[in-house]
Design a protein around this ligand. Structure first.
Ligand SMILES: [Zn+2]
Length: 208
């Protein structure tokens, strides 16, 4: 295999399982600790630790980290690994540094539907999928059904824009999931599970 790092393989078909993929054994680990902060001005965990909030102070979903337990759920990303990959620009598949050249970081994006394919796409796109390295871009194109015929893009300025997750109201009733930019006044009541990057200075490129 051309790839190494934190890539795992699963099942008799030795299916490659990306670093960011969540496994069914990685359960939500809130254990009833989520509640209103004592001052009522946001949500928090009893016994919070440094990993529970990101560098902007937004609270994150607690999900046990145990890659390899149960089965891989290819449609879901593990919050902590996705966050790590986004902030550190790690390849979403192998977990090693993603590829970067003079045109920028390499991303493999789902081909846009007709309605999304506006002129200039994907400039300004909010993206929750971390970048990739070259060997994994080739591997993913062969194995990831949701990526069929991905569009490869170099991104010079992938800006950490905000988070994806859900907001709670003051009675701790969760609302629908959505994006929230960092610095938004609703942030204290928001529970994040993915980092969103804004892709700017994009150049579509051929498959690597
Ligand atoms: Zn890789």
């Amino acid at each position: 295999m051309p790839t190494a790092g934190r890539l795992r393989f699963w099942g008799q078909g030795r299916l490659p399982v990306p670093y960011v993929t969540r496994w069914t054994g990685e359960a939500v680990a809130t254990d009833g600790a989520l509640g209103l902060r004592p001052d009522g001005r946001g949500i928090g965990y009893r016994g919070e630790n440094a990993e529970d909030r990101d560098r902007h102070g937004v609270l994150w979903a607690r999900v046990r980290e145990q890659p390899g337990s149960g089965r891989p759920d290819f449609r879901t990303m593990h919050p902590a690994r996705q966050r790590r990959a986004m902030w550190e620009r790690l390849c979403q598949v192998c977990g090693l540094p993603a590829d970067r050249n003079t045109k920028g970081w390499l991303f493999a994006l789902r081909r846009p539907e007709a309605a999304e394919a506006v002129p200039g796409w994907p400039e300004g796109l909010l993206c929750t999928k971390p970048p990739v390295c070259v060997p994994c871009a080739r591997l993913a194109a062969r194995h990831c059904p949701h990526l069929d015929l991905p569009v490869y893009v170099r991104v010079r300025k992938p800006r950490v824009w905000g988070v994806f997750g859900g907001a709670f109201d003051a009675r701790l009733v969760p609302g629908p999931d959505g994006y929230l930019p960092y610095g938004h006044p609703a942030a204290p009541f928001f529970l994040a599970n993915q980092v969103a990057l804004e892709l700017t200075r994009c150049t579509p490129v051929a498959a690597p």
